[in-house]
Design a protein around this ligand. Sequence first.
Ligand code: GLU
Length: 448
Amino acid sequence: MDGKQYVTEVLDKVKKRNAGEKEFIDAITEVLNSLVPVFDKNPKFIENGLLERIVEPERQIMFRVPWIDDKGNVQVNRGFRIQFNSAIGPYKGGLRFHPSVNASIIKFLGFEQIFKNSLTGLPIGGGKGGSDFDPKGKSDGEIMRFCQSFMAELCKHIGSDIDVPAGDIGVGGREIGYMYGYYKKLTGLNTQGVLTGKGLTYGGSLGRTEATGYGLVYFTEEMLKDNGESFSGKTVVISGSGNVAIYATEKATELGAKVVALSDSNGYVYDENGIDLDVVKEIKEVKRGRIKEYLNYVKNATYVEGCRNIWNVKCDIALPCATQGEINKEDAEKLVKNGVICVSEGANMPTTLEGIDLLLENKVMFGPAKAANAGGVACSALEMSQNSMRLSWSKEEVDEKLKTIMKNIYLNASLAAKEYGKQGNIVVGANISGFLKVADAMMAQGIV
Ligand code: GLU
């Protein structure tokens, strides 16, 4: 059997077994199709059933999360934790609290996380979790009670050598704090390495908050440099206005770019003078408000309803940092028409498969999420190292390590692309480079 036949067979099984789970099937399709030449070169992977094993999570946990709202009403949400692959280290990946969360979303995120974590070069396996809880408009007390109820079940399944959750959409420092406090109360253990993204006073790492956004820009700068370009003097559009978008804006601006637009799920703001980040931090990090409020501070900025419209804004570089599926084929067409030279993903799978194909056909440099946004989880792994040593590194030390990691991810992905005959295709390069390390570890550990 050749690589193509093998991949087609496994894909058919995945589609049957996970019918209706579009995000999960899309993520698997993208990865598996780019691995065909790997199986042609290494038939032993086929004999070992490597793909059949890697597409099936090692463990999936689904649970009831009951909590009481401020009016005294009982609310019930659904909690998830997918422990996808532990070949190279303890399961590692964030928790997402968002009404769109379901099994398909958590499984696609967990699957992507396996390869992303492998690309960092650090010993972390792939996992993901979350809930369909909507944090929007909830009081601090409601958030705390929800986090405590969520942890009451999750604590049975995690540990610093088992599974180490962190944040994702809807889960930041506040939520991690509440969950860590409750974990400690329930278990009596002060094992700081059980969660990452913690506050600096109880085991958090300097630089973790900025790491995904900064890492995205370090990775993208490397890709631009390789193609004779840089951020300096470029016009940039960044979707989203959460943690990733804010720190990508900060670093891109520092490197001489002008970020002219940011968005949230309702619409986007355009500021031709370059986004004033102090204003955005005040709105999002202090007031937890909406991006529209930017107009209350910056008079000549404009606001447009509908977050998708942000891709109409003319730019040289686009950094999608909001959520999955936010750039489809039509959005990609708009970007190309307006002369975009580079699209690099801060969110997880923000570009659809058709969108990616269109960008690649038009020779747009493309940084896929699992490589470009790996800085967050890489820094989480550095937080785990510091927790194990009971020491903490300076911000400069962490940043230096992050820079080296992002450079190496780009280098390894571009080398793998070249080796497998797809020079310049970082999507294929990242999939192959991430996969090979996991495959090697799975082969060494036998059929488990
Ligand atoms: N949620 C982030 C991601 O998608 C970070 C995960 C972590 O730090 O464990 O990679």
